[in-house]
Design a protein around this ligand. Sequence first.
Ligand code: GRF
Length: 234
Amino acid sequence: MKKKIAVLLSNKGTGSNLEAIIRSIKTGRVKNAEIVVVVSNESDAYGLVRARKYKFPTVIFDLSHYLREGKTRFQYDHDLGKMLKDEYHVDLVVLAGWMLIVSKYFLRYFSNKVINLHPGLLPDGKKKWITLVGGEKVLAIRGLHTNHAVKYALDHNFPVTGSTVHFITEKVDEGPVILRGEVPILPRDTVDSLYARMKKREHLILPEAISLFCEGKLMVRRGKVIISKGTHFL
Ligand code: GRF
């Protein structure tokens, strides 16, 4: 049976990663997966326009409406999780530009089944530093969204930045890492030029992580992701 995916996004992004996921499923790069719903917490997210173009069901799950009614963020998280589980039978939640912190009231519906795309390089757990593929060390970029995370790497003269796909846990930006895409910073880079190259990597690593999940090749053990090669977890 195909794994049912919910993609959650907001109006802070462009929905380009949603588009990358859709294409990867259509071309067969991601197998055994189908998008069953695209959710935004606001009505003007461009990702919703993209979703409707491909005729995917969309839901606007409006947080401000909850708060106006005197309900809490926890209630919001609980109801969103319950809706995805009970109404859409979701197996995997993909946060592709979702800006709200995800609490345990959501995660209890989807333990180790929520993956996030973060525009900075992250280590496993709460370590401060990350060792790059080339052996250099850079600071982890946590708690910053979109352009702000990209600007941080530029302002601090990082040699390399990139994006990370990781499982979500209750500790923000500390969940087990599935894949990272490193992107070298060039001397003349601006936030826009650097972010454009990072997005290109995101469009590869996010579908790849989804593919691994949907083929049952990911396992979390002691806070780390183990990727199975073939049928065995190494
Ligand atoms: C991505 O850069 C991701 O890292 C961050 O939100 C952005 C969404 O981009 N969490 P897009 O809307 O898919 O273009």
